[in-house]
Ligand binder design. Structure first.
Ligand code: F6P
Length: 341
């Protein structure tokens, strides 16, 4: 009987358990045994794993987080660690490995595939939605819905107090969450890393809005947003950080208050965007991704990542998926500008 290993690495997000559950179901039909590796790559370093069965994976579809646990391991991992992972994979008699994760996890998976010929399949997970070659990673839809609800709630208090509300959302190097939650929540201004703006222009837009009789405004700012001329929150070449990228919300708010005199408050949504139950959409694509991952193992398509393009399941090489950050859709961004202030 063939043995499949599965691990969840990097930042957690809602929908991970949907993938695990689907992999176990589908693998059982195909006659595979599934080993759940604990805490991402750590489990393969420390040999921390257990067989997953229907009992362990039932009732988890709607649970956020991951029943396997996760850990952050920023690539490139040392050569000895790569060797150890590869040895432990073989020692445990595994025939294939499903690595569920974002950029960091998949970069390590790619190294193992290229340097050790490890038979690995990737599954795209990322609230940031920044992986190339797939329209969606699971976790993103839930994050957008959570952020949208928060923006809705901030609207009422902003209006009552005649304030500017700056809402800082996650997304790291791309503005997907800011753009989609901003559009859905009716934000007046959306600031993203892909299109740096001049804060003077933002302040002028707020003043124009006030002149129109609107005494409050909502600004959604992506944590990695860049501001032309005035502030550059992410230094070029600065070491990668795995927590808040910039403190940008505070910078934007201070600037607005200084330039306009309008009372301004900041809400940093942070890890709330990664917690709790997945949306129906994330449960569905998580389930589809899990099935597809087992299909790719059957087809021997190692070194590939499951992808979703035009709502059809496909696969793309992991190398392509991690080659660059998928920037936000320009058309959508331009549409959002029509509603700006
Ligand atoms: O990549 C997902 C993400 O939530 C980013 O949006 C954010 O910048 C980062 O992870 C936060 O990482 P951590 O959970 O390690 O603080």
């Amino acid at each position: 009987m063939k043995k499949i290993g599965i691990l969840t690495g990097g930042a957690d997000c809602p929908g991970l358990n949907s993938v695990i559950r689907a992999v176990v179901r589908k693998a059982m039909i195909e006659g595979y045994v599934v080993t759940g590796i604990k805490n991402g790559w750590s489990g393969l370093i420390e040999n921390d794993m257990r067989i997953l069965d229907l009992r362990l994976t039932s009732g988890i579809l709607d649970r956020g987080g991951t029943i396997l646990g996760t850990s952050r391991m920023i690539p490139p991992l040392p050569k000895e660690t790569i060797n150890l992972i590869s040895e432990n994979f073989k020692r445990n008699g595994m025939d294939a490995l499903i690595a569920v994760g974002g950029e960091d996890t998949l970069k390590t998976a790619l190294t193992l595939y290229k340097q050790k010929s490890l038979p690995v399949i990737g599954v795209p997970k990322s609230i940031d939605n920044a992986l190339t070659g797939t329209d969606y990673a699971f976790g993103f839809d839930t994050a957008v819905n959570i952020a949208t609800e928060c923006i809705d709630r901030l609207h009422t208090t902003a209006e009552s107090h005649h304030r500017i509300m700056v809402v800082e959302v996650m997304g790291r190097y791309t503005g997907w969450i800011a753009l989609e939650a901003g559009i859905a929540g009716g934000a007046d201004i959306i600031l993203v890393p892909e299109f740096p703006v001049d804060m003077d222009v933002v302040c002028d837009a707020l003043k124009t809005r006030h002149k129109r009789g609107k005494s409050f405004s909502i600004i959604v700012v992506s944590e990695g947003a860049k501001i032309q001329g005035h502030y550059v929150p992410i230094e070029e070449g600065a070491p990668k950080r795995r927590h808040r990228v910039g403190n940008i919300g505070e910078l934007v708010a201070n600037f607005i208050e200084e330039k306009t005199g309008y009372e301004t408050r900041v809400s940093v949504l942070g890890h709330i965007q990664r917690g709790g139950t997945p949306t129906a959409y994330d449960r569905i694509i998580g389930t589809r991704f899990g099935f597809k991952a087992v299909d790719l193992i059957n087809e021997g398509k190692f070194g590939q990542m499951v992808s979703l393009l035009d709502n059809k399941l496909r696969s793309v090489s992991i190398a392509e998926a991690v080659s660059k950050h998928k920037a936000i859709d320009k058309e959508l961004y331009d549409m959002a500008q029509v509603f700006a202030a």
